[in-house]
Design a protein around this ligand. Structure first.
Ligand code: 5GP
Ligand code: MG
Ligand code: MG
Length: 175
């Protein structure tokens, strides 16, 4: 597949994704059977993963969606992440965040922090993909689909410069 002159090769097939999605859902169905979790999918990247996973979730649950806006903060000159579109009451909820990919882990740490500060009973993360930088930073997640190397991937919700989200397989940048 070629997107804007960059070559990508098939990396994780839809069959492997489907199997993984089902096994993650089985864990959730068992771990949360006594609870009524609030799933919060982080848009845009997680839309396909969230839809497929939640079709396999058989317990009573709430489902919502947020976006993360990043902007350069002039004072700290750091990349500030802000959650937008959160309308649900998080207080005393068992929150499960749905993410497409964790790279450095900065985004997910910020989101977890925010949900804790809003009074969530528990905050867990399900990510389809995790890259090594976040592991090196000590970010251990309970539900990870695939551990992947530090190479750029697209497809199944993930984009390259806005393009490529609408595929059933995941592709990796060819070097
Ligand atoms: P983090 O804060 O963990 O470094 O950043 C995570 C975000 O970076 C993801 O939600 C995604 O938008 C972007 N990202 C990181 N690695 C990749 C990748 O390989 N492919 C794509 N499409 N996005 C990535
Ligand atoms: Mg994401
Ligand atoms: Mg992106």
């Amino acid at each position: 597949m070629v997107i804007k002159d960059k070559k990508f090769v098939k990396y994780i097939t839809q069959e492997d994704i489907n199997k993984k999605v089902k096994s993650l859902a089985r864990k959730i169905n068992s771990d949360y059977k006594e609870k009524r979790p609030l799933f919060i999918a982080i848009l845009n990247g997680s839309f396909m993963f969230a839809a497929d996973l939640l079709k396999e979730v058989k317990i009573e649950c709430e489902i919502s969606f947020v976006k993360v806006a990043s902007y350069e903060d002039m004072e700290s000159s750091g990349n500030v992440k802000q959650l937008i579109g959160l309308n649900e009451n998080i207080f005393k909820k068992d929150v499960v965040i749905l993410e497409d990919i964790i790279d450095t882990g900065r985004t997910i740490s910020k989101i977890q922090e925010e949900f804790h500060s809003l009074g969530a009973t528990s905050v867990e993360v399900i990510t389809l993909l995790q890259k090594p930088k976040s592991k090196d930073a000590g970010i251990e997640l309970k539900y990870v689909g695939f551990d992947i190397p530090d190479k750029f991937v697209v497809g199944y919700g993930l984009d390259y410069d806005g393009i490529g989200r609408n595929t059933k397989d995941i592709f990796q940048l060819k070097d």
